[in-house]
Write a new protein. Structure first.
Length: 110
C-alpha cells in the first residue's frame, strides 16, 4: 500500500508571533486527505484538519503563504502527526479499500 497526503485547502489569518511581529496570512488550519492505493490500484482516503499557529515562529523562519510548497506543507503534516495517528489513518484507509473489493454473501447452505 502506498500512502500520500493531498492538501485540500488552507485557512489563514494575520497572526502576531511571540516577538510582537505580525505575520501576514499565516496558515492556521490545513484541510487534507490521506490517500492509500493498494497494489491493484484500489484507492481509499480519510479527510481531516490540522490546526497550526505561528505564535512561536520567528519572522526569519516564517514562510509567506505565496511561497509555500506542497513539500513544505506535507512536511508540517508529517511532523505534527503522531505515529499512532498515522497508523489509525492507514488502518481506516485499508478498511475502506477492503470493503470496496469484497462481496458480502449469505451462507451457501439452507
Amino acid at each position: 500500500m502506498t500512502y500520500s497526503w493531498q492538501i485540500v485547502k488552507f485557512d489563514t489569518r494575520d497572526q502576531t508571533n511571540s516577538d510582537g511581529v505580525t505575520l501576514s496570512d499565516a496558515v492556521v488550519r490545513i484541510k487534507w486527505r490521506r490517500i492509500g492505493v493498494d497494489s491493484e490500484g484500489n484507492t481509499g482516503k480519510v479527510v481531516g484538519y490540522t490546526i497550526l499557529t505561528a505564535e512561536a515562529t520567528a519572522q526569519s523562519d516564517y514562510i509567506a503563504f505565496a511561497d509555500l510548497t506542497e513539500d513544505t506543507v506535507t512536511g508540517w503534516l508529517t511532523a505534527m502527526t503522531t505515529d499512532a495517528q498515522i497508523t489509525d489513518y492507514n488502518s481506516k484507509i485499508t478498511e475502506s479499500i477492503n470493503k470496496m473489493v469484497t462481496t458480502e454473501r449469505a451462507v451457501p447452505w439452507s
